[in-house]
Design a binder for this molecule. Sequence first.
Ligand code: NI
Length: 181
Amino acid sequence: MAIHKVLRMGEPGLLRVSKPVTDFNTAYLDALISDMWETMQAENGAGLAAPQIGINLRIIIFGFENNPRYPDALEIPSTVLINPEISMLSDEMDECWEGCLSVPGMRALVPRNKHIRYSGFDATGQSFTREVKDFHARVVQHECDHLDGILYPQRITNMQSFGFIEELESNGLMTAQPCDD
Ligand code: NI
């Protein structure tokens, strides 16, 4: 078990399309996932994708309760999602403040689909499907983007909202639209 360095924007490894996991229930996969949890918790993240620690495999983890980085967000069950597939269940979009451990200290307003279904596998190879909305849907879309080499700044439609958390907060901008409405 180890806490890994989280790669920051500018590292080419974050821009790659990751490969599907083919072997489940292995010591390698279990160790990798436990390192991901440890790393995510150390950084107070809401989610983490394997490429963020330099492993280009289609693995994401997410979930939290009372996360200090997202004080107003609803709880999301702790989930390991491997080889994920997402379908959008409506065209309705939601815009709220998003951050990323690979883009530390910054946030921007990012539009995401409000209502999605996702499916994939857990670490043992068991498949599962969930239908989710709002912040849970946002976190999954954000983490899945990492598996295709996409970071949230590429999703920003209003670049004027992109800024440093400290400045956005001290200017009263970030409180305008909480993520879990
Ligand atoms: Ni991220």
